[in-house]
Design a protein around this ligand. Structure first.
Ligand SMILES: [Zn+2]
Length: 273
């Protein structure tokens, strides 16, 4: 069994990016889960990006046994929020809300305009929530790797989590591994130009790799231009297997164990297959 450790099921279900999620959209998610089970993907972490989105993640995870939620405020959504009190209220009930992580948080200095001070403030506050509630962090990095690293470093030995859709160089891979973080590997590893990522995966210990899609974004090479889906996780697993010159079965077993080890530490709600 594979785990998709990072997808946005709510965004997959709506017609256009940003459309409001409605209860009837749960039927679309049901279909996505059924399709994914056919390719042996049977656990899903659906990730919130705003308060509203986080509530929807919880709603989805409560509706489907196979789905768990990661909740938090994406750096690009930090403009529209004043504090994290509502997020914290959800985390207090982490067990019944099936919350297994905090995110996606981090820093994004790519999408302009951005408020650097506010982003850093919300990033640090979410790190503090992760410590307080013993939940791993799911971290978004864009044009901000040094700043993210510098902040995480100040909390070393008190935090863990995943650098989602890792796309930095080998030096940063080593630095994040040294901070006790996992690296989330997505379908960008299948893109012809991304030799650097295949090289990183080749040297990285398999016990620190998590598989993810970031669906509906970043589909594998063969589906570029289309919506990404958790059902394509085995394509990324195959690319990891090829980069490490091992069998895909080994990737499947180990990355699922990794996901359980990281996200289970929270409250034991992600069960063993
Ligand atoms: Zn994402």
């Amino acid at each position: 069994m594979f785990v998709d450790t990072h997808c946005h099921l709510n965004m997959m279900a709506v017609k256009n990016y940003g459309d409001k999620f409605e209860l009837k959209d749960l039927d679309i998610i049901k279909d996505i889960i059924i399709r994914s089970q056919k390719t042996n993907v049977n656990k899903f972490l659906t990730v919130g990006t705003s308060l509203q989105d986080s509530n929807i993640s919880i709603l989805i995870s409560k509706n489907f046994e196979q789905v768990y939620s990661v909740i938090g405020i994406h750096p690009c959504d930090s403009e529209n929020i004043f504090d994290l009190s509502e997020i914290e209220k959800l985390i207090v009930n982490k067990k019944e809300n099936k919350i297994v992580g905090i995110g996606e948080t981090g820093l994004d200095f790519y999408h302009k305009p951005y408020d650097k001070v506010k982003q850093i403030n919300f990033f640090e506050k979410q790190i503090e929530l992760s410590i307080k509630y013993k939940l791993p962090l799911v971290i978004h990095v864009r044009e901000s790797v040094q700043e993210v690293f510098d902040i995480l470093k100040t909390y070393k030995n008190n935090i863990t989590g995943v650098i989602h859709c890792f796309s930095q160089d080998k030096e940063y891979a080593k630095k994040f591994l040294d901070l006790n973080f996992y690296l989330g590997i997505g379908a960008i590893i299948t893109y012809p130009k991304n030799n650097y990522l295949r090289e990183i995966v080749n040297f990285m210990p398999l016990n620190r790799i998590l598989l993810e899609t970031d669906a509906p974004f970043l589909p594998p090479q063969e589906f570029r231009g289309k919506q990404n889906s958790p059902e394509y996780i085995p394509i990324t697993a195959q690319a990891v297997a090829l980069a490490k010159n091992i069998d895909i079965k080994e990737v499947e077993v180990q990355t699922t164990q990794n996901a359980i080890r990281l996200f289970n530490a929270a409250g034991g709600s992600l069960p063993l297959p």
